[in-house]
Design a protein around this ligand. Sequence first.
Ligand code: SAM
Length: 243
Amino acid sequence: MHQFFLESSQIGKAYVTIIGSDVNHIRNVLRMKIGEKIRVSGSAGESYLCRIAEYGDNFVQADILSEELETELPSKIYLFQALPKGDRMEIVIEKAVELGVYEIIPMEMKYCVVKLDEKKAAARVRKWQAQAESAAKQSRRSIIPHIHEVVSYAEALKLANACDVRLVPYENEEGVEATRQAVRQICPGQSISVMIGPEGGFAPEEIAAARETMQSVSLGRRILRTDTAGMCLLSLLMLHLEQ
Ligand code: SAM
């Protein structure tokens, strides 16, 4: 079933009003007929099953049939992902969106192989945002997770420190019991930052700075790829938080 993301202001008591590029998409690309059903999500995370009722010149009106189950986690998870090689960021985005991430912040770190100039970085973020939207539709998210612009490590730390719970999976950390405890202690509603290093890992000064305000945790005795590590911790958080 096709899904559309609207501003909550476009959602009334009995019907929704779709405007903008989605109108052309519904009418001319999907060629949807009056009576066909669609899923609509609002910017506040609410979701509805709707039925197309009317085509206007520049709008589509769909009657609300029922409210849909909330698919968002009760906590906002911010994934700080070091820029990985190749197309691995695409994998990170797709899987993190499926697992309920709220925002992904790509970050430059000392051992990142990939270095992006401003223009390239902006183009990649636009592409990644489109990917996040596609993954959100596929996984029936009620919101489209935001892909932040690429930030420096110092900026990433500042943003990460604004969260209630701050976890940094570190390849040289030992003992998963501390990781279990850290996840178990999280209360629904708390914001969570997860910081993942690049293929080359954390530079000593980077992990030292992170440890001043974040808890470094082990994800087991094996070395996970940078695109696996975030998914591993996101899975643990999802299992703990899902209601
Ligand atoms: N170059 C590092 C090495 O060989 O030790 C490996 C870095 S790993 C490919 C990329 C990132 O994934 C790490 O910086 C860390 O954030 C995370 N990671 C990978 N394995 C982990 C583990 N067993 N425990 C905690 N974090 C891990």
